[in-house]
Write a protein that binds this ligand. Structure first.
Ligand code: HAM
Length: 431
């Protein structure tokens, strides 16, 4: 019989990989908690129109990459390709419940029908952070430094931060008019993909990877020349602050990002260690999105990090794992019942137990305990079990404290003393 395979571009995450994932997620959440950013969870499916209106009709994400289907109620639904539009919708829907301003984070799967390759999946995971109701350029600096600090906390090196300003809507429209005029005049020199973008999404032509197009674009009008005085002042302030905070960055006037909602600041963090899919974090300001989606005018800024790409970069520290504290070796009818009883009791001390339910010989069970690098071991045979007793000892052969002790399962004080002395764990709940 044919076996089932996972869909192309999707992956199972198995326990050995998840050690790293859980450590990374924990470190990220600690950093977010320290900055008083609150979690938000939005649905994975949304009405398709949300993304068309939010992300923009001319973008690759909306045009080519969405997982869209008609549900049984004849509604067009889409698996979320990103989180910003959903967070904006949730914020609008919540009415005054949340108040303004607000800082959110989310973590979870996103879906894009892209060509899978190293660092690019069809189901991938993002950490996203969105500051809603924040106008000051200081919030741009805070958000960029937060992304930077998370990566530092995770021990990621070889990072490049690139920033740009896209100006406000008026600046951009002025630029776009003159840019499109220039593109049309020079269209014979452009590659086919860029030609198609002239009417659909001309700004994306700026970050083309085709060398000939890049070269001819040197002659094109520059976005920076169309920024208003206010936009330039804002951009300068952010650059000065990043310098003061000693966060190294490079200006990239061609950085426009792939989603339509951005205004003013746009930024990306790439790593030299990632190959072609080098961007680990992307974000920027989106001052008009919430109003455009039917909410009140709410300036906002955010970023998202690709967790799969992050996993390729994080240091060895993130692979640290807490081994089993006590392996419970047991054999015989009575012993097996007692083993479960003691295992449950130990959990109240925040102890990680591994309860052997194999029924195999004592020596096989010892071997398994050794393989798991358990710190200590409890042994219960039917003799001990008939007296409601266990034998407990540290598992390392050369430890001088490695003396076996016999403890009655009902003697909580003695059990607690042994744990405190040998494993150094505090009881978390009364036994
Ligand atoms: P984005 O640049 O489309 O921005 O995605 C952010 C990050 O998600 C990328 O830098 C990358 O690390 C990861 N990513 C994107 N597509 C894939 C894929 N197919 N496979 C693996 N990783 C991927 C956004 O999504 C915006 N919502 C970010 C934002 C939040 N802007 C403001 N607030």
């Amino acid at each position: 019989m044919d076996t089932f395979k996972n869909l192309r571009g999707t992956f199972d995450l198995l326990p050995p990989q998840l050690i790293k994932w859980q450590n990374v997620e924990r470190i990220i959440k600690q950093q977010l908690f320290r900055s008083s950013i609150k979690e938000i969870r939005t649905p994975i499916i949304e009405l398709t129109d949300l993304f068309i209106r939010g992300i923009g009709e001319g973008t690759d994400v909306v045009n080519k990459e969405m997982y869209t289907f008609i549900d049984r109620g004849e509604r067009s639904c889409t698996l979320r390709p990103e989180g910003t539009a959903s967070v904006a919708r949730a914020y609008i829907n919540s009415g005054n419940l949340l108040g303004s301003p607000h800082k959110f984070w989310y973590m979870g799967p996103m879906f894009r029908y892209e060509r899978p390759q190293a660092g690019r999946q069809r189901q991938f995971h993002q950490l996203g952070v969105e500051f809603l109701g924040y106008q000051s350029p200081r919030s741009d600096v805070e958000i960029i430094s937060l992304a930077w600090d998370i990566l530092q906390e995770l021990g990621v090196s070889s990072l490049n931060l690139e920033i740009n300003s896209l100006g406000d809507v008026k600046d951009r429209l002025e630029f776009q008019k003159s840019f499109v005029y220039w593109l049309k005049k020079n269209s014979q020199y452009l590659d086919d993909d860029s030609k198609l973008r002239i009417d659909k999404n001309p700004l994306r032509i700026l970050d083309t990877k085709i060398p000939q197009t890049q070269e001819i674009l040197q002659e094109a009008p520059k976005l920076i020349d169309f920024l208003s005085e206010d936009s330039i002042k804002r951009y300068d302030f952010i650059k000065t602050q990043l310098d003061d905070l000693k966060i190294p960055f490079k200006e990239n006037p061609k950085l426009v990002r792939g989603l339509d909602y951005y205004t003013h600041t746009a930024f990306e963090i790439t790593s030299d260690l990632l190959g072609t899919q080098a961007t680990v974090c992307g974000g920027g300001r989106y001052d008009n999105l919430i109003e455009q989606m039917g909410g009140s005018k709410t300036p906002a800024i955010g970023f998202a990090m690709g967790l799969e790409r992050l996993m390729l970069l994080v240091g060895k520290d993130c692979e640290v794992y807490r081994y089993t504290d006590i392996y419970i070796v047991n054999k015989g009818e009575l012993a097996e019942s007692l083993a479960l009883e003691i295992s449950r009791k130990l959990h109240r001390f925040d102890i990680i137990t591994e309860l052997d339910v194999s029924g195999s010989s004592f020596s096989k069970q010892f071997k398994k305990a050794n393989k798991l690098r358990s710190k200590s071991i409890i042994v219960i045979g039917d003799d001990e079990a008939s007296k409601r007793e266990i034998s407990i000892r540290l598992f390392e052969e050369n430890n001088i404290n490695n003396q076996e002790e016999t403890i009655s399962i009902d003697d909580n004080d003695k059990l607690e003393r042994w744990i405190n002395k040998n494993l150094n764990f505090k009881q978390i709940r009364g036994i």
